[in-house]
Design a protein around this ligand. Structure first.
Ligand code: FAD
Length: 304
């Protein structure tokens, strides 16, 4: 991993840096570039605009690594409120939700996370939409896939996320190729014993694209990488996949012109929209991905 990336991801876990960044007033403006806002109403407003522009949405209520049951319950309630609002606004056909199991109790007990995620899946079904389980660091992969398998017994459309930087992932793609899977490169600082580095991550991504297209499932290719977007398009033609039998996904605030271009060409494009006050970990992962974002952030802090 690039040293700057490791440094930023290490800073993400440092409480003193967290306090410094979170209390700098300028942070709010910088955060707005990547985060829809604090409230459910902010998330709904951004969703409405994206849907009007021909894009679909997956919404993430920010929060992770929860260590008390009360906070896990509050996070579930935030999703229930969001799902109600999406339904009331007539947006649920184009908007699903993304849930991190660590936000709903995975660190307390896997069974707590399963029970809480089930509440979100049941509400999503009631509202005519579905859930994708975000994937976190490699120590949680097996647990997350176990919870996913349980959820799919009742809600088969629940989405998985697989990370091409993990050495294990091609096997996971083959195993899950008949289901709904989001493929990403991976955003955590992983040891070399479990994760590829550099170009190998991209090669792994392409191998996984092939494995997912070879199945009967619904692959969701989440990347901003222009080369990988081109390769997905070429592979879709090779596998005779029509738009609508797979989709592209990108993050809110990242390459919006490319999102619109793909949508104009008839592709399904889903934008991952985070909202809520717990934006710190999310923002640090975005900064770690791209030095240009870090410079933008540092400049904004300095010029304040
Ligand atoms: P990178 O290797 O970061 O970038 C490759 C190239 O893409 C760059 O060289 C540049 O040309 C272009 N690019 C990238 N960013 C920008 C930018 N800001 N502006 C302009 N060009 C840019 N990770 C997880 O670990 N778990 C998850 O559950 C998860 N869910 C995700 C959901 C979605 C919808 C997306 C898009 C990402 C998700 N991620 C998740 C993050 C993912 O793992 C990567 O960290 C992130 O997408 C960056 O990788 P990349 O494929 O975009 O390519």
């Amino acid at each position: 991993m690039h040293p700057l990336r490791s440094l930023i991801l290490a800073a993400a876990g440092n409480d003193a840096i967290r306090r410094l960044v979170a209390t700098a007033p300028v942070s709010r403006d910088v955060v707005r570039r990547f985060v829809a806002g604090d409230r459910t109403a902010d998330a709904i407003g951004v969703t409405r605009d994206l849907v009007a522009s021909g894009r679909s949405v997956t919404l993430d209520h920010l929060g992770e690594d929860v260590t008390d049951a009360q906070q896990a319950d509050l996070n579930v309630r935030a999703y229930l409120e969001l799902l109600d609002a999406l339904h009331a606004e007539g947006l649920s056909a184009r908007a699903e939700v993304s849930v991190k199991l660590s936000a709903v109790g995975q660190k307390l007990d896997e069974r707590v996370a399963l029970a809480n995620a089930s509440r979100v899946c049941a509400a999503a079904e009631q509202c005519g939409t579905t859930v994708t389980l975000d994937m976190e660091d490699h120590t949680t992969t097996d647990s997350t896939l176990r919870v996913l398998a349980e959820l799919r017994r009742t809600w088969p459309s629940t989405g998985a996320v697989l990370q091409s930087y993990l050495r294990r992932t091609l096997d996971d793609c083959v195993a899950l190729a008949d289901t709904r899977v989001r493929l990403v490169k991976g955003a955590y600082d992983e040891p070399e014993s479990v994760a590829f580095r550099g170009h190998e991550v991209d090669l792994g991504y392409v191998r996984c694209v092939n494995a997912l297209f070879a199945g009967d499932g619904y692959p969701m290719f989440a990347t901003h990488d222009p080369r990988l977007v081109r390769i997905v398009a070429e592979r879709a033609r090779w596998y005779d996949r029509k738009p609508g039998t797979y989709e592209y996904q990108m993050l809110f605030g990242v390459r919006p012109d490319e999102q619109r271009r793909l949508a104009r060409e008839g592709e399904t494009v889903r934008v991952y929209v985070p909202y809520g006050s717990q934006w710190y970990g999310y923002l640090m992962r975005r900064l770690a991905e791209r030095p240009a974002n870090t410079t933008f952030f540092a400049r904004a802090l300095v010029s304040y």
